[in-house]
Design a binder for this molecule. Sequence first.
Ligand code: TYD
Length: 209
Amino acid sequence: MFITFEGLDGSGKTTQLRLLHKWLLEQGHTVTTLRQPGGTKLGEGIRELIVSNKGEAAVGRIDSYTELALMFADRAQSIAEIIRPALDRGDVVLCDRYTDSSEAYQGGGRQLGSETILGLHRLICGNLQPDLTILLLPDFDASLTRARRRDGDESRFEQEHNDFFHRVWDTYRAIATREPHRVALIEGNASIEDVHVRIRQEMASRLFT
Ligand code: TYD
């Protein structure tokens, strides 16, 4: 079972992934977790270059297509090294961001278009699709305020303007509308515990029936 977590920076997806991980272990599942970019040695190197706000200071301005290509280089490596072997073993795989992030941030935010990302996904990821994607879209302003409050530790993406994040947001919503069977959209500002319960319900109704 392959489950991905998506949402804007500051949406709380990493907290929710941890809670679900803990719950799945309690239920006796074997679980593999990873984040994108990252997870592999190569991926953590890519993350340092394109997510950290120090990356551009080191290598100069990063072109949008370069950024996209590096996101997919990271993804190819983590599929080969971590995701496929874990799925073959029968693990539940929980992944913090996946191709929907590329579609939302590079396709929408950077305006490279969804078709480009979907084409690369077919080519590079063998079209490997999650069984379930948890998409967290709490209130737009609350997410961004939370993301930007991480003092001095803003990523390159968190420094983007609101217009950029509005495009990311709109693209995420479009993905949820296009693929309602795969994507469970959780909107609004519920408590951490309430969102966790909602995620367990989504899993039960979509994957275990
Ligand atoms: P994330 O790990 O969610 O950051 P944080 O540590 O703040 O929780 O994601 C890192 C950033 O990378 C995030 O701003 C979105 C961006 N990103 C893309 O732009 N495209 C992608 O394909 C992926 C996987 C991430």
